[in-house]
Design a protein around this ligand. Structure first.
Ligand SMILES: [Zn+2]
Length: 436
């Protein structure tokens, strides 16, 4: 597949540019491909060593950061499709294939103020859609993970060096795809009661584009979806601390998550069903969601998000928890899992309507205020001089205790406003000028 693709591409397109074209990589039928990987040598059990192999491939430099709509994303897609095929997962994408294509308007994705008819570059990206028939139920459970990342970091990167570097995205989100593949293998050999819809999304890093497209044009009726479980950044579990968002989206989540916690993980259960990842698209379709997450870190959206820092054994435990949740959902009907709206608390900058600071919060921070892991280039926080590790205590006169208070404070401000921001850095409180 890779060979076929590169041949076709290199004749007509410069590297990185895959325009809408009859020669796009979709034309390469994955069924024609030479089998690069024998996925059946992997254990059908969820295993740290298989997880390691998947991430090693997906987060290698040769995949050049898996940017949406590039041939490198396509290489990752082919890897996932080959695994699905060899595990016996059924194709539920367009026209009997695993692929669901959508178009990205690159100008608009990297600059929300660009108009939709901008004559900019358009690319075709693909979601991957697989299906494992269940033993008894007609409903289904969605398990999703995004496989795209930042390429060389031309958008969304926190790296500040002058030389572009590959953003391998081992945790973000080769880790989630490794989990998806392990679950595909496991459940293809041990079918659960429910059907499983397996979704590998593209376009996540450009603004949840793949999942937004999928919910607009679902290939399986969303009315039969019992729940959606999103795996995004699950490769850094230390001290067995696992965060699960979306717990408030149906009343039984909390009890179930605790009941299947046989490995005694320290579960940090968070109510919010929205956030900066693909489960948000399903939340707005009123489907109970969960987002498994092992926390942000200083390599987030930087070239250093590498395989070397992945906690494979921890990842195995996270995926095992997901598998047990899937089995625990089997006896429950869709009616027993009613969707509940959760307050919008932790929505990140890219989905806010008002002003944004351009910061990445540390969700694991437990002190007073909101600690940040990084700032986005050219945005108000960075312009004000904020740095990784700063703890924000107040915007203007409004002080707050935590991220929720921060979001509320931000809502009272408008784009363009001049105010101040009070922070603690290295134990010292200071107030900086802030232009929103
Ligand atoms: Zn990301």
């Amino acid at each position: 597949m890779l060979f076929c693709m590169l041949n076709k591409q290199s004749e007509y397109f410069p590297l990185f540019l895959i325009a809408l074209s009859s020669l796009s990589w979709l034309q390469c039928n994955p069924n024609d491909s030479t089998r690069d990987t024998d996925f059946n040598v992997f254990s059908p059990e969820i295993s740290a060593s298989d997880i390691h192999s998947h991430i090693k491939f997906l987060a290698s430099d040769s995949l050049q950061g898996r940017e949406s709509g590039t041939e490198f994303e396509a290489i990752a897609a082919n890897y996932i499709i080959q695994a699905f095929e060899q595990y016996g997962v059924e194709a539920k994408g367009d026209d009997g294939t695993f692929l669901q294509a959508f178009t990205i308007n690159v100008a608009r994705s990297t600059n929300p103020h660009a108009s939709d008819d901008t004559d900019g570059e358009r690319r075709v990206a693909n979601n991957i859609v697989g299906w494992i028939p269940g033993r008894s139920n007609t409903d289904y459970i969605i398990i999703g993970a995004h496989y795209d990342h930042l390429g060389y970091g031309s958008f969304g990167s926190l790296y500040r060096g002058n030389t572009p570097r590959i953003h391998n995205g081992a945790d973000d989100n080769a880790s989630g795809i490794a989990g998806l593949l392990e679950l595909a293998h496991y459940f293809s050999k041990n079918p659960p009661e429910d059907n499983l819809l397996l979704l590998a999304f593209s376009g996540e890093e450009m603004g949840l584009l793949g999942s937004a497209h999928y919910v607009k044009e679902p290939t399986i009726d969303l009315a039969k979806a019992k729940a959606m479980i999103n795996l995004d950044m699950i490769g850094r579990m230390s001290d067995e601390n696992l965060l699960i968002f979306g717990i408030g989206t149906t009343p039984k989540w909390s009890k179930l998550a605790k009941a299947v916690n046989e490995d005694s993980l320290n579960l940090n259960l968070l109510e919010d069903g929205t956030g900066a990842s693909d489960h948000t698209s399903f939340y707005y379709k009123k489907i109970p969601v969960l987002h498994y997450f092992t926390g942000t870190h200083s390599d987030y959206h930087r070239p250093s998000d590498d395989l070397a820092y992945i906690e494979e054994k921890g990842l195995e435990l996270v995926v095992a928890h997901v598998a047990k949740m899937v089995d625990a959902l089997g006896p429950l009907s869709k009616e027993e899992l009613p969707f509940v709206e959760t307050p919008r608390k932790q929505r990140q900058s890219m989905t806010l309507d008002g002003p944004t600071l351009g910061v990445l919060p540390d969700y694991g921070f437990e002190g007073v205020g909101m600690q940040i892991i990084g700032t986005n280039p050219g945005q108000p926080a960075q312009n004000a001089g904020l740095q990784s590790g700063d703890i924000i205590l107040a915007l203007g006169e409004t002080q707050f205790e935590d991220i929720y208070g921060y979001m509320d404070a931000l809502k009272t401000l408008v784009v363009g406003q001049k105010t101040t921001i009070t922070i603690v850095r290295d134990g010292k409180k200071q107030t900086l000028d802030l232009q929103l």
